[in-house]
Design a protein around this ligand. Structure first.
Ligand code: CP
Length: 306
């Protein structure tokens, strides 16, 4: 099972623990794909989803994962919670804890907010994305998808292209994939590559062709269009021209390369519609795998005896 009460990030999570989560998710995916999805794994447990930022995939998959495993679940958003009346995060945390939640799943625009929550509650806290920091369950489902397609992450060349600076997905994937023995290369405009990332042993480049050459996995990241007004890239058209993943660029990758994206995708910005809908694309499979990973995590965190 898991060594810590919470899953707040993948920095420092050992390979054995990542493999244990991915292995459990294999079993959960079997349940998910079977005719009967309801199981008693979380009978008597409760899960509260606290989302202070918009989400489709993460929120719905955690909600369904709780329900499929028979937990009692409840979801609140910032606008519908007492936070909108001025309640502090600490008081919100105390309130949820007194409702005897076993797991709190939290997305927040501020980096570190789930860590603060975790320190103040008895429940296990899962970080569902905090600011520009980490999105560990996304990285786990990405690694699950790669392992499923390629057998192993060891030795895989994984090119991650886009707004690295603001991407919690890139950060969690960089930590996790490196732990799993993959060669990670991050590519994007120089204004979107954070300084000091190479000190983590991760290669960076502003040349997407270089990143994609002989890649086993090509992952696009969402470009947040508000970054354009901040002057981080000149226009969506120019971004696509220099950094977009298209037919010519994908031909630089290995013949059996796979295309991934955490979603939501801006079609024709990070990658062409042809790439998104091609046979090489596992973007839809990532969504299904997200459910399996979240079922696995809810099960493992509620089973752990610490
Ligand atoms: N990938 C991801 O986190 O998507 P949502 O914002 O829809 O949850």
């Amino acid at each position: 099972m898991l060594s810590k009460k919470d899953l707040l990030g993948l920095e420092g999570v050992p390979k054995e623990e990542i493999n244990a989560i991915l292995d459990t998710a294999i079993q959960m995916k079997k349940i998910l794909m079977s005719g009967s999805k309801k199981t008693p794994h979380l009978q008597g447990k409760s899960v509260i989803l606290v989302f202070f930022e918009n989400s489709t995939r993460t929120r719905v998959s955690f909600d369904l994962a709780s329900k499929y495993l028979s937990a009692a679940s409840s979801a609140i958003s910032a606008s519908a919670s007492s936070v909108s009346k001025g309640e502090t995060l600490l008081d919100t945390a105390r309130t949820l804890d007194r409702m005897q939640a076993d797991v709190i799943v939290m997305r927040h625009p501020m980096s570190g907010a789930p860590h603060f929550m975790a320190k103040n509650v008895n429940a296990s806290v899962i970080n569902a994305g905090d600011g520009m920091h980490e999105h560990p369950t996304q990285a786990l489902l990405d690694m699950f998808t790669i392992r499923e397609a390629k057998g192993d992450l060891q030795g895989m060349k994984i090119a991650i292209v886009g707004d690295i600076m603001h991407s919690r997905v890139a950060r969690s994937n960089a930590y996790g994939m490196q732990t799993m023995g993959a060669e990670v290369i991050l590519a994007g405009p120089s204004t979107m590559i954070p300084p000091g990332i190479e000190e983590m042993g991760i290669k960076t480049t502003t040349n997407v062709d270089e990143a994609l050459t002989n890649a086993d996995v090509v992952m696009g990241l969402r470009i947040q269009k508000e970054r354009q007004s901040a002057g981080l890239f000149p226009s969506v058209r120019e971004y696509y021209k220099y950094f977009g993943i298209d037919q010519r660029r994908i031909e630089l990758a290995k013949e059996d390369a796979i295309i991934m994206h955490p979603g939501p995708v801006n079609r024709g910005v990070e990658m062409s519609s042809m790439m998104i809908d091609s046979d090489m694309s596992l973007i839809d499979e990532q969504v299904t795998n997200g459910l399996a990973i979240r079922m696995a995590l809810l099960f493992m965190l509620t089973r752990s005896e610490r």
